[in-house]
Design a protein around this ligand. Sequence first.
Ligand code: SF4
Length: 431
Amino acid sequence: MKLWLTDEGIDRAKLDQVIAIQWAKAEGVKAKNKPKSQALFYSLMANYFQNTKNASESGDAWVLHTTSVPVEVFTSMGLPSILGPLSSSSILRSLKLQPECFQAADEIGLNYGICNGHRSQVGIFLRGWFPRPSCVINLNGSQCDNVAKTLGIVAYVYNVPEFFLDVPYFYSDRGVAYLANEIKKMIHFLEEVTHHRMDWAKLEEACHISNRMARLSSEIGRLAHRVPCPMDSRSGGQQYLIHWMYAGQPEGLKFFEALRDEVRARADQGIGVHPNEKHRLMSVFLPHGNPRILDWMRQEKGAVVVSEPYYFCWKDEELDPSKPLEFLARRMYNDPLHLFAGGRVFEDRLLDRLVQEAKDSKAHGAIDWANIAGCRNHCSLGRPIREALKEKAGIPVGLVDVDLNDQSQAGEDLAKEKLETFFELLESWTK
Ligand code: SF4
Protein backbone atom coordinates (compact mmCIF):
# COMPACT_ATOMS: atom_id res chain seq x y z
CA MET A 1 0.00 0.00 0.00
CA LYS A 2 1.53 3.32 -1.10
CA LEU A 3 0.95 6.07 1.44
CA TRP A 4 3.15 8.84 0.05
CA LEU A 5 1.45 12.18 -0.37
CA THR A 6 2.06 14.27 -3.47
CA ASP A 7 2.10 18.09 -3.21
CA GLU A 8 -1.38 18.14 -4.77
CA GLY A 9 -2.63 16.06 -1.83
CA ILE A 10 -1.62 18.71 0.71
CA ASP A 11 -4.36 21.06 1.94
CA ARG A 12 -2.80 24.26 3.32
CA ALA A 13 -6.14 25.89 4.19
CA LYS A 14 -6.43 24.13 7.56
CA LEU A 15 -3.22 25.73 8.84
CA ASP A 16 -4.47 29.18 7.70
CA GLN A 17 -7.67 28.61 9.68
CA VAL A 18 -5.77 27.61 12.83
CA ILE A 19 -3.57 30.72 12.58
CA ALA A 20 -6.65 32.96 12.16
CA ILE A 21 -8.30 31.35 15.21
CA GLN A 22 -5.20 31.89 17.38
CA TRP A 23 -4.95 35.56 16.32
CA ALA A 24 -8.65 36.02 17.07
CA LYS A 25 -8.09 34.55 20.55
CA ALA A 26 -5.16 36.91 21.15
CA GLU A 27 -7.28 39.90 20.10
CA GLY A 28 -10.22 38.69 22.23
CA VAL A 29 -8.00 38.42 25.32
CA LYS A 30 -6.59 41.92 24.71
CA ALA A 31 -10.09 43.38 24.26
CA LYS A 32 -11.18 41.87 27.58
CA ASN A 33 -8.18 43.39 29.36
CA LYS A 34 -6.97 40.00 30.57
CA PRO A 35 -3.45 39.70 32.03
CA LYS A 36 -0.59 40.44 29.63
CA SER A 37 0.65 36.83 29.75
CA GLN A 38 -2.63 35.65 28.20
CA ALA A 39 -2.41 37.92 25.16
CA LEU A 40 1.24 36.89 24.82
CA PHE A 41 0.31 33.20 25.01
CA TYR A 42 -2.14 33.32 22.10
CA SER A 43 0.00 35.59 19.94
CA LEU A 44 2.97 33.25 20.49
CA MET A 45 0.77 30.32 19.43
CA ALA A 46 -0.32 32.19 16.28
CA ASN A 47 3.25 33.24 15.44
CA TYR A 48 4.50 29.70 15.95
CA PHE A 49 2.25 28.36 13.20
CA GLN A 50 2.73 31.49 11.08
CA ASN A 51 6.53 30.99 10.99
CA THR A 52 6.07 27.46 9.67
CA LYS A 53 3.56 28.60 7.07
CA ASN A 54 5.97 31.36 5.90
CA ALA A 55 8.89 28.90 5.65
CA SER A 56 6.79 26.39 3.81
CA GLU A 57 5.44 28.95 1.30
CA SER A 58 8.87 30.41 0.59
CA GLY A 59 10.37 26.95 0.10
CA ASP A 60 12.59 27.30 3.19
CA ALA A 61 13.29 24.41 5.53
CA TRP A 62 11.34 23.64 8.71
CA VAL A 63 11.37 20.74 11.15
CA LEU A 64 8.60 18.55 12.56
CA HIS A 65 9.49 16.98 15.91
CA THR A 66 8.05 15.01 18.77
CA THR A 67 7.85 15.99 22.46
CA SER A 68 10.95 16.85 24.55
CA VAL A 69 13.31 17.39 21.60
CA PRO A 70 15.61 20.36 22.50
CA VAL A 71 14.20 23.12 20.29
CA GLU A 72 17.12 25.44 21.15
CA VAL A 73 18.99 23.58 18.39
CA PHE A 74 16.45 24.54 15.70
CA THR A 75 16.31 28.20 16.76
CA SER A 76 20.09 28.47 16.67
CA MET A 77 20.09 27.13 13.12
CA GLY A 78 17.35 29.55 12.00
CA LEU A 79 14.88 26.71 11.49
CA PRO A 80 11.19 27.09 12.31
CA SER A 81 9.88 23.96 14.00
CA ILE A 82 6.56 22.43 14.93
CA LEU A 83 5.76 20.05 17.74
CA GLY A 84 3.75 17.24 16.10
CA PRO A 85 1.17 16.56 18.84
CA LEU A 86 0.51 20.29 19.17
CA SER A 87 -0.16 20.71 15.45
CA SER A 88 -2.67 17.86 15.46
CA SER A 89 -4.44 18.97 18.65
CA SER A 90 -4.73 22.55 17.41
CA ILE A 91 -6.17 21.52 14.07
CA LEU A 92 -8.53 18.94 15.54
CA ARG A 93 -9.90 21.03 18.35
CA SER A 94 -10.11 24.31 16.46
CA LEU A 95 -11.72 22.83 13.37
CA LYS A 96 -13.55 19.89 15.02
CA LEU A 97 -12.19 17.27 12.65
CA GLN A 98 -11.97 14.35 15.08
CA PRO A 99 -14.19 11.80 13.25
CA GLU A 100 -12.42 12.13 9.89
CA CYS A 101 -9.00 12.24 11.49
CA PHE A 102 -9.51 9.09 13.55
CA GLN A 103 -11.03 7.35 10.56
CA ALA A 104 -7.82 8.06 8.62
CA ALA A 105 -5.75 6.55 11.44
CA ASP A 106 -8.07 3.51 11.64
CA GLU A 107 -7.62 2.91 7.91
CA ILE A 108 -3.94 2.07 8.41
CA GLY A 109 -4.54 0.01 11.54
CA LEU A 110 -3.99 2.60 14.28
CA ASN A 111 -7.11 1.79 16.25
CA TYR A 112 -8.47 2.90 19.55
CA GLY A 113 -5.97 1.74 22.19
CA ILE A 114 -3.18 3.85 20.69
CA CYS A 115 -2.89 7.19 22.53
CA ASN A 116 -5.24 9.63 20.81
CA GLY A 117 -2.71 12.45 21.21
CA HIS A 118 -0.52 10.60 18.73
CA ARG A 119 -3.12 8.69 16.72
CA SER A 120 -4.56 12.05 15.76
CA GLN A 121 -1.17 13.23 14.50
CA VAL A 122 -1.03 10.40 12.03
CA GLY A 123 -4.62 11.09 10.93
CA ILE A 124 -3.91 14.78 10.33
CA PHE A 125 -0.84 14.08 8.22
CA LEU A 126 -2.44 11.16 6.35
CA ARG A 127 -5.19 13.54 5.24
CA GLY A 128 -2.52 16.06 4.16
CA TRP A 129 -3.81 18.82 6.45
CA PHE A 130 -0.33 20.19 7.15
CA PRO A 131 2.49 21.32 4.82
CA ARG A 132 5.39 18.95 4.16
CA PRO A 133 8.27 19.33 6.65
CA SER A 134 11.90 19.10 5.54
CA CYS A 135 12.54 16.31 8.02
CA VAL A 136 11.25 14.66 11.17
CA ILE A 137 12.96 14.31 14.57
CA ASN A 138 11.86 11.52 16.88
CA LEU A 139 13.09 10.40 20.29
CA ASN A 140 12.48 7.80 22.96
CA GLY A 141 12.97 10.04 25.99
CA SER A 142 9.66 9.55 27.75
CA GLN A 143 9.68 5.76 27.38
CA CYS A 144 6.44 6.07 25.43
CA ASP A 145 6.05 3.99 22.27
CA ASN A 146 3.65 6.56 20.83
CA VAL A 147 6.08 9.44 21.28
CA ALA A 148 8.87 7.35 19.78
CA LYS A 149 7.08 5.88 16.79
CA THR A 150 4.20 7.92 15.39
CA LEU A 151 6.23 10.62 13.66
CA GLY A 152 8.10 7.83 11.87
CA ILE A 153 4.82 7.08 10.07
CA VAL A 154 4.48 10.77 9.22
CA ALA A 155 8.03 10.79 7.78
CA TYR A 156 7.04 7.84 5.61
CA VAL A 157 3.76 9.41 4.46
CA TYR A 158 5.45 12.73 3.57
CA ASN A 159 8.49 10.91 2.18
CA VAL A 160 11.00 12.97 4.19
CA PRO A 161 14.12 11.90 6.16
CA GLU A 162 13.85 11.06 9.85
CA PHE A 163 16.38 11.29 12.68
CA PHE A 164 15.93 9.29 15.88
CA LEU A 165 17.45 10.83 19.01
CA ASP A 166 18.37 7.94 21.29
CA VAL A 167 17.98 8.94 24.97
CA PRO A 168 19.58 6.58 27.54
CA TYR A 169 17.18 5.52 30.27
CA PHE A 170 19.45 6.27 33.23
CA TYR A 171 20.64 9.74 34.19
CA SER A 172 24.39 9.25 34.63
CA ASP A 173 27.55 11.01 33.39
CA ARG A 174 27.91 8.25 30.81
CA GLY A 175 24.28 8.70 29.72
CA VAL A 176 24.74 12.47 29.45
CA ALA A 177 27.90 12.09 27.31
CA TYR A 178 26.06 9.67 25.03
CA LEU A 179 23.03 11.95 24.71
CA ALA A 180 25.21 15.04 24.08
CA ASN A 181 26.79 13.12 21.19
CA GLU A 182 23.34 12.15 19.90
CA ILE A 183 22.36 15.84 19.85
CA LYS A 184 25.57 16.58 17.94
CA LYS A 185 24.65 13.89 15.41
CA MET A 186 21.18 15.46 15.12
CA ILE A 187 22.83 18.82 14.32
CA HIS A 188 24.94 17.20 11.57
CA PHE A 189 21.81 15.54 10.17
CA LEU A 190 19.96 18.89 10.15
CA GLU A 191 22.88 20.68 8.47
CA GLU A 192 22.96 18.06 5.74
CA VAL A 193 19.21 17.92 5.12
CA THR A 194 18.27 21.62 5.49
CA HIS A 195 21.56 23.33 4.45
CA HIS A 196 21.18 25.60 7.49
CA ARG A 197 24.38 25.88 9.61
CA MET A 198 24.59 25.78 13.38
CA ASP A 199 25.49 29.10 15.00
CA TRP A 200 27.28 27.88 18.16
CA ALA A 201 27.31 31.31 19.82
CA LYS A 202 23.55 31.51 19.33
CA LEU A 203 23.14 28.03 20.79
CA GLU A 204 25.02 29.03 23.93
CA GLU A 205 22.85 32.14 24.26
CA ALA A 206 19.72 30.00 23.77
CA CYS A 207 20.88 27.68 26.58
CA HIS A 208 21.27 30.66 28.94
CA ILE A 209 17.71 31.78 28.10
CA SER A 210 16.43 28.23 28.54
CA ASN A 211 18.05 27.98 31.94
CA ARG A 212 16.38 31.21 32.97
CA MET A 213 12.98 29.95 31.75
CA ALA A 214 13.30 26.77 33.84
CA ARG A 215 14.14 28.83 36.94
CA LEU A 216 11.14 31.08 36.35
CA SER A 217 8.95 28.00 35.97
CA SER A 218 10.12 26.69 39.36
CA GLU A 219 9.52 30.12 40.91
CA ILE A 220 5.96 30.29 39.52
CA GLY A 221 5.31 26.77 40.82
CA ARG A 222 6.43 27.81 44.33
CA LEU A 223 4.34 31.00 44.25
CA ALA A 224 1.28 28.87 43.42
CA HIS A 225 1.66 27.26 46.87
CA ARG A 226 0.64 30.49 48.62
CA VAL A 227 -2.70 30.74 50.40
CA PRO A 228 -4.87 31.93 48.70
CA CYS A 229 -3.48 30.56 45.44
CA PRO A 230 -2.40 33.44 43.14
CA MET A 231 -2.02 31.34 39.97
CA ASP A 232 -4.74 30.56 37.44
CA SER A 233 -5.24 26.79 37.04
CA ARG A 234 -4.60 26.97 33.29
CA SER A 235 -1.16 28.51 33.73
CA GLY A 236 0.72 25.26 34.32
CA GLY A 237 -0.23 23.81 30.95
CA GLN A 238 0.28 27.12 29.17
CA GLN A 239 3.78 27.73 30.51
CA TYR A 240 4.75 24.20 29.66
CA LEU A 241 3.49 24.55 26.07
CA ILE A 242 5.51 27.75 25.69
CA HIS A 243 8.52 25.90 27.06
CA TRP A 244 8.06 23.19 24.43
CA MET A 245 7.69 25.71 21.59
CA TYR A 246 9.98 28.57 22.61
CA ALA A 247 12.71 27.17 24.91
CA GLY A 248 15.79 29.33 24.45
CA GLN A 249 14.00 32.16 22.63
CA PRO A 250 13.60 35.72 23.97
CA GLU A 251 9.83 35.60 23.22
CA GLY A 252 9.48 32.54 25.49
CA LEU A 253 11.41 34.26 28.25
CA LYS A 254 9.16 37.32 27.94
CA PHE A 255 6.09 35.13 28.48
CA PHE A 256 7.60 33.48 31.58
CA GLU A 257 8.59 36.85 33.03
CA ALA A 258 5.10 38.28 32.44
CA LEU A 259 3.44 35.26 34.06
CA ARG A 260 5.83 35.30 37.04
CA ASP A 261 5.26 39.06 37.55
CA GLU A 262 1.48 38.62 37.51
CA VAL A 263 1.49 35.67 39.91
CA ARG A 264 4.00 37.38 42.23
CA ALA A 265 2.00 40.63 42.29
CA ARG A 266 -1.13 38.72 43.35
CA ALA A 267 0.85 36.72 45.93
CA ASP A 268 2.37 39.89 47.43
CA GLN A 269 -1.08 41.45 47.81
CA GLY A 270 -2.61 38.24 49.18
CA ILE A 271 -5.04 38.05 46.24
CA GLY A 272 -6.19 34.61 45.13
CA VAL A 273 -7.60 33.58 41.77
CA HIS A 274 -10.82 32.74 43.59
CA PRO A 275 -12.25 35.13 46.22
CA ASN A 276 -13.36 32.24 48.41
CA GLU A 277 -10.93 29.40 47.80
CA LYS A 278 -12.45 26.12 49.00
CA HIS A 279 -10.49 23.16 47.64
CA ARG A 280 -6.71 23.32 47.11
CA LEU A 281 -5.69 20.65 44.63
CA MET A 282 -2.57 19.02 43.30
CA SER A 283 -3.02 18.21 39.61
CA VAL A 284 -1.26 15.08 38.45
CA PHE A 285 -1.03 15.49 34.66
CA LEU A 286 -3.69 17.79 33.12
CA PRO A 287 -7.12 17.55 31.43
CA HIS A 288 -5.40 18.42 28.14
CA GLY A 289 -8.34 17.61 25.92
CA ASN A 290 -10.57 19.96 27.86
CA PRO A 291 -8.86 22.73 29.87
CA ARG A 292 -12.26 24.44 30.27
CA ILE A 293 -12.97 22.01 33.07
CA LEU A 294 -10.33 23.83 35.15
CA ASP A 295 -12.32 27.06 34.74
CA TRP A 296 -15.51 25.26 35.85
CA MET A 297 -13.74 23.85 38.91
CA ARG A 298 -12.53 27.29 39.94
CA GLN A 299 -15.63 29.33 39.13
CA GLU A 300 -18.33 26.88 40.28
CA LYS A 301 -16.60 24.93 43.00
CA GLY A 302 -13.87 27.22 44.36
CA ALA A 303 -11.37 24.47 43.50
CA VAL A 304 -7.93 25.80 42.52
CA VAL A 305 -4.79 24.02 41.32
CA VAL A 306 -1.97 24.82 43.75
CA SER A 307 0.59 22.26 42.65
CA GLU A 308 1.51 20.65 39.32
CA PRO A 309 4.53 18.43 39.76
CA TYR A 310 4.52 17.33 36.10
CA TYR A 311 5.05 20.91 34.97
CA PHE A 312 6.80 22.89 37.70
CA CYS A 313 9.04 20.48 39.65
CA TRP A 314 12.34 20.86 37.82
CA LYS A 315 15.17 18.79 39.26
CA ASP A 316 17.10 20.99 41.63
CA GLU A 317 20.47 20.97 39.87
CA GLU A 318 22.79 23.77 38.71
CA LEU A 319 23.40 23.40 34.98
CA ASP A 320 26.12 25.08 32.94
CA PRO A 321 24.73 26.72 29.76
CA SER A 322 28.25 27.57 28.56
CA LYS A 323 28.62 23.90 27.54
CA PRO A 324 25.55 23.77 25.26
CA LEU A 325 25.46 20.08 24.28
CA GLU A 326 25.95 18.86 27.84
CA PHE A 327 23.49 21.47 29.10
CA LEU A 328 20.79 20.31 26.67
CA ALA A 329 21.37 16.66 27.57
CA ARG A 330 21.16 17.35 31.32
CA ARG A 331 18.20 19.69 30.84
CA MET A 332 16.27 16.85 29.20
CA TYR A 333 16.76 14.71 32.32
CA ASN A 334 15.89 17.65 34.60
CA ASP A 335 12.62 18.37 32.82
CA PRO A 336 9.69 17.65 35.20
CA LEU A 337 7.55 15.90 32.60
CA HIS A 338 10.49 13.77 31.59
CA LEU A 339 11.11 12.86 35.23
CA PHE A 340 7.56 11.80 35.99
CA ALA A 341 6.36 10.52 32.63
CA GLY A 342 9.64 8.86 31.81
CA GLY A 343 9.03 5.87 34.04
CA ARG A 344 11.77 7.03 36.39
CA VAL A 345 9.42 7.58 39.29
CA PHE A 346 11.16 5.03 41.50
CA GLU A 347 14.53 6.67 40.98
CA ASP A 348 15.76 9.80 42.60
CA ARG A 349 13.06 9.56 45.30
CA LEU A 350 10.46 11.16 43.06
CA LEU A 351 7.57 9.90 45.13
CA ASP A 352 9.11 11.59 48.19
CA ARG A 353 9.36 14.84 46.22
CA LEU A 354 5.72 14.51 45.24
CA VAL A 355 4.72 14.03 48.88
CA GLN A 356 6.81 17.05 49.90
CA GLU A 357 5.18 19.10 47.14
CA ALA A 358 1.72 18.13 48.45
CA LYS A 359 2.74 19.28 51.94
CA ASP A 360 4.43 22.52 50.78
CA SER A 361 1.42 23.51 48.70
CA LYS A 362 -1.04 22.70 51.50
CA ALA A 363 -3.09 20.69 49.04
CA HIS A 364 -6.33 19.21 50.39
CA GLY A 365 -6.42 16.52 47.72
CA ALA A 366 -5.10 15.56 44.30
CA ILE A 367 -6.70 14.84 40.94
CA ASP A 368 -5.09 12.18 38.81
CA TRP A 369 -6.15 12.87 35.22
CA ALA A 370 -5.86 9.43 33.66
CA ASN A 371 -5.58 9.34 29.87
CA ILE A 372 -7.87 6.42 29.16
CA ALA A 373 -6.81 5.86 25.58
CA GLY A 374 -3.86 3.59 25.90
CA CYS A 375 -1.42 5.47 28.14
CA ARG A 376 0.70 2.70 29.60
CA ASN A 377 3.14 5.31 30.81
CA HIS A 378 1.14 7.63 33.02
CA CYS A 379 -1.60 5.17 34.02
CA SER A 380 0.93 2.66 35.30
CA LEU A 381 2.34 5.36 37.60
CA GLY A 382 -1.09 6.24 38.92
CA ARG A 383 -1.22 3.63 41.65
CA PRO A 384 2.18 4.29 43.33
CA ILE A 385 1.48 8.02 43.15
CA ARG A 386 -1.99 7.65 44.70
CA GLU A 387 -0.67 5.38 47.46
CA ALA A 388 2.22 7.70 48.32
CA LEU A 389 -0.01 10.78 48.49
CA LYS A 390 -2.63 9.03 50.60
CA GLU A 391 -0.25 7.30 53.01
CA LYS A 392 2.53 9.87 53.37
CA ALA A 393 0.84 13.22 52.65
CA GLY A 394 -2.55 12.20 54.08
CA ILE A 395 -4.55 13.47 51.10
CA PRO A 396 -7.09 11.62 48.94
CA VAL A 397 -6.62 11.28 45.21
CA GLY A 398 -9.53 11.41 42.75
CA LEU A 399 -9.14 9.53 39.50
CA VAL A 400 -10.77 11.30 36.54
CA ASP A 401 -10.73 9.90 33.00
CA VAL A 402 -9.62 12.20 30.20
CA ASP A 403 -8.65 11.78 26.59
CA LEU A 404 -6.08 13.97 24.91
CA ASN A 405 -8.18 14.59 21.80
CA ASP A 406 -11.39 12.61 21.81
CA GLN A 407 -14.18 13.99 23.98
CA SER A 408 -16.54 11.23 22.87
CA GLN A 409 -14.44 8.77 24.88
CA ALA A 410 -14.15 10.74 28.12
CA GLY A 411 -16.71 13.50 28.12
CA GLU A 412 -17.01 16.62 30.20
CA ASP A 413 -20.26 15.58 31.95
CA LEU A 414 -18.76 12.37 33.29
CA ALA A 415 -15.64 14.21 34.48
CA LYS A 416 -17.79 16.79 36.28
CA GLU A 417 -19.82 14.03 37.95
CA LYS A 418 -16.66 12.39 39.24
CA LEU A 419 -15.26 15.71 40.41
CA GLU A 420 -18.49 16.58 42.26
CA THR A 421 -18.27 13.28 44.16
CA PHE A 422 -14.60 13.91 44.92
CA PHE A 423 -15.31 17.42 46.27
CA GLU A 424 -17.96 15.92 48.60
CA LEU A 425 -15.36 13.43 49.82
CA LEU A 426 -12.88 16.27 50.35
CA GLU A 427 -15.35 18.15 52.54
CA SER A 428 -15.80 15.17 54.86
CA TRP A 429 -12.04 14.38 54.76
CA THR A 430 -10.98 17.86 55.89
CA LYS A 431 -13.65 18.20 58.65
S1 SF4 B 1 -0.42 10.45 27.15
FE1 SF4 B 1 0.73 8.58 27.61
S2 SF4 B 1 0.62 7.34 25.74
FE2 SF4 B 1 0.04 9.44 25.20
S3 SF4 B 1 1.94 10.37 24.52
FE3 SF4 B 1 1.73 10.87 26.70
S4 SF4 B 1 2.87 9.25 27.73
FE4 SF4 B 1 2.50 8.54 25.66
